[in-house]
Design a protein around this ligand. Structure first.
Ligand SMILES: C[S@@+](CC[C@H](N)C(=O)[O-])C[C@H]1O[C@@H](n2cnc3c(N)ncnc32)[C@H](O)[C@@H]1O
Length: 248
């Protein structure tokens, strides 16, 4: 049987890698690295560094190019589904063309594979015989709250995990909202009683942290974010919105 390890590698700091993930890297025969384009070279470099540090030769690295996603598409869900099917195709070629029976292939997934990542859903579409396991990773969610030294949850209370797109469309629908994938600083519409804990490039040497009442720090975050994005060519940021005091 062919095997795949879907390995969460943490959110940017090489030290986020767990012992379980390091062992899974050491056990892999072939790695599939999917190139996400020039802007994400830093992310590709971390994956290469982790393989060099923890891989056990002889191993092979196979590179593939990420299918372009139509980011202008009005039908967002359809565009993501189309992209995922093309991603599934890459995984299928990897399993059928690059792995022999008894070998283990590895996919290194940013953060935790279970949080806003399409790898597992794409694997469901792969038409090939293989077994796979999922190794959890330190998510940008954990990295954010740890760096701000706050809990993700308040005592006995829920947290709403969502995207910037949904926050912009629905507003803050809970007292504690964790937002990812926000290209448009949608926190500005959250309301005056929210505090924000914002972090960009968490776990990397470029990490930026800003916190405070949204009404006081929104402009600063917008300016810092735009400057960093222009300088590096890409940005990944996430934030926790917390209503103080809670309304419900
Ligand atoms: C496609 S999702 C992947 C999330 C990932 N699976 C995780 O567990 O963190 C990408 C989003 O995660 C967040 N993110 C990932 N890494 C980050 C980092 N180092 N700093 C800040 N945000 C990050 C951003 O909101 C980004 O838009």
């Amino acid at each position: 049987m062919k095997r795949l390890s879907i390995i969460g590698i943490g959110a940017g700091d090489p030290d986020h890698l767990t012992f379980q993930a390091a062992k899974a890297i050491a056990a892999a025969d072939v790695f599939l690295l999917v190139d996400k384009g020039e802007a994400k070279q830093d992310l590709a470099r971390l994956r290469h560094d982790l393989i060099t540090a923890h891989g056990r030769p002889p191993y092979r690295i196979v590179e593939a190019t990420d299918p372009e996603r139509d980011r202008t598409a009005a039908a967002y869900t359809a565009a993501v589904e189309d992209w995922r099917s093309r991603r599934a195709h890459i995984y299928e070629s990897f399993v059928t063309g690059e792995l022999d029976d008894g070998q283990t292939g590895a996919l290194l997934v940013w953060g935790d594979p279970g949080i806003y990542d399409s790898t597992l859903a794409a694997l469901d579409e792969v038409d090939a015989e293989f077994e796979y396991e999922v190794i959890p990773g330190i998510s940008s969610v954990s990295a954010l709250t740890a760096r701000h030294r706050v809990g993700l949850t308040r005592v006995g209370r829920p947290v709403h995990l969502t995207t910037g797109r949904r926050l912009a469309a629905e507003g803050a629908t809970a007292d504690d909202v964790l937002v990812m994938l926000d290209a448009h600083c949608s926190f500005a519409g959250a309301g005056d009683d929210f505090h924000i804990y914002w972090g960009a490039y968490l776990g990397t040497p470029d990490e930026i942290l800003i916190s405070g009442p949204v009404r006081e720090v929104a402009d600063e975050i917008r300016a810092v974010r735009a400057e960093a994005r222009a300088r590096k060519g890409w940005i990944m940021d996430t934030y926790l919105l917390r209503r103080e005091p809670p309304a419900s």
